[in-house]
Design a protein around this ligand. Structure first.
Ligand code: PLP
Length: 377
């Protein structure tokens, strides 16, 4: 398929950038002596999983049962489903484990969840490895590293034959709110120290805690030390996005994923160029807005070079329409006639990618492949 003939909106993956991003993270994990269990909730794609795990042990992280099934069906055998488990998901995860000879590791942060899940697992003959989720500052799921509840949860797990305590797991999601690289480094140190402390407490009380699993893309790329950590689980680094670039975690030139769109109209009265990529094609995430005011819903870029076009912003999104406006310049109606193409670099790539069913993969300016991907829950 020829690039100029691709349908719009469509998801474009730049192979060289993807390969470089995967290689860099794999080297970083090796250099620091930690296992890399990349989070595939970002790309949700088997080819990306193969590239991201190259040279490592082949474990993955996922955030939906649909992803767990998709990757297990394609040969991945060690998968952590890293969203707090509920008993309603046990049957489907067990079906994946037994039909595909895979191990699905689960996470939880309460004795109640351990009891409910173990009862359902015992009823259907399932067994799961379990990570206790630790809150190292993100304030989402997890128990504090020093919380006495940690030991109660561990007791609940080890007293149930359908569960096996694998270790502790944390995700420093608050690294996305950091204002500087120094602040990310501080959060990375807290993430590591909190996970290691939780693991040490468990061990001191006689529990086995083999795995100490940490990771967000900003923290693993800025951490000074991985002492006591056994594995890292970054995900966004595979594709990167405008939020990561605005945080200073990558350059705009590292962003491997973009949305190809067509100009579908000029509204000179309102001062807009309209494209056929709206909220469903891009998501309405505005996370970079906390760092810069020139990006609203994504970076408007040339279709061929992927260079951002100065002075243009995607100022408003409707379901299937994107409205481009100009600041500090006039709108280039003549250079962007109806039918012209451009690309948008996504603000938060995980959300942009999710609804699509495939990527068109570009190498040396040519479409080298179409890669399918998982969708849904
Ligand atoms: N682990 C967990 C539990 C997560 O929720 C996430 C992301 O949300 C990650 C790892 C990956 O981090 P990032 O998205 O920063 O690459």
């Amino acid at each position: 398929m020829v690039f100029d003939d691709l349908p719009t909106p469509s998801l474009i993956l730049d192979w060289d950038k993807l390969a470089r991003n995967c290689r860099n993270m794999a080297h970083r994990a090796t250099a620091h002596g930690v296992r890399l269990r990349p989070h595939l909730k970002t790309a949700k794609c088997i080819e990306v999983a193969r590239m991201a795990t190259d040279g490592h042990f082949g474990g993955l992280t996922v955030s939906t049962v649909a992803e767990a099934r998709y990757f297990a069906e394609r040969g991945f055998r060690d998968i952590t489903y890293a969203v707090g488990i509920s008993s309603g998901k046990v049957d489907e995860l067990h079906a994946i484990q037994s039909a595909l000879n895979a191990s699905i590791n689960i996470i939880l942060d309460s004795s109640a969840a351990a009891i409910a899940v173990s009862e359902r697992a015992a009823a259907i003959g399932a067994r799961f490895s379990v990570f206790i989720e630790i809150d190292t500052g993100a304030g989402r799921g997890g128990v504090g590293p020093n919380d006495k509840v940690l030991l109660e949860i561990a007791s609940a797990i080890v007293s149930r034959p359908s569960l096996r305590l694998a270790g502790v797991l944390t995700h420093a999601g608050h690294s996305y709110l950091a204002r500087s690289q120094d602040e990310i480094r501080t959060i990375a140190a807290q993430e590591r120290a909190g996970a290691v402390l939780a693991a040490d407490r468990l061990r001191r009380h006689g529990f086995q805690c083999e795995q100490v699993s940490i990771g967000s893309t900003p923290t693993v790329l800025n951490s000074d030390s991985f002492d006591g950590v056994t594995e890292i689980r970054p995900g966004v680094y595979t594709l990167f996005d405008v939020d990561q670039a605005s945080l200073g975690v990558c350059g705009t030139g590292d962003i491997a994923c973009s949305v190809l769109a067509t100009v579908i109209g000029h509204n000179r009265r309102a001062g807009h160029i309209l494209i056929d990529a709206g909220a469903l094609a891009l998501s309405k995430d505005i996370s970079p807005a906390k760092f810069r005011d020139d990006v609203r819903f994504g970076l408007v870029s040339y279709a061929d070079s992927l260079e951002p076009i100065p002075g243009l912003s995607l100022s408003s999104l409707h379901q299937e329409h994107g409205l481009i406006s100009a600041h500090g310049r006039s709108l280039p109606y003549d250079q962007m006639p109806v039918g012209a193409r451009l690309r948008v670099l996504p603000n938060h790539v995980c959300l942009t990618v999710a609804p699509y069913d495939k990527y068109f993969v570009l190498k040396d300016g040519r479409v080298m492949a179409t890669w399918d991907k998982a969708r849904g829950w």
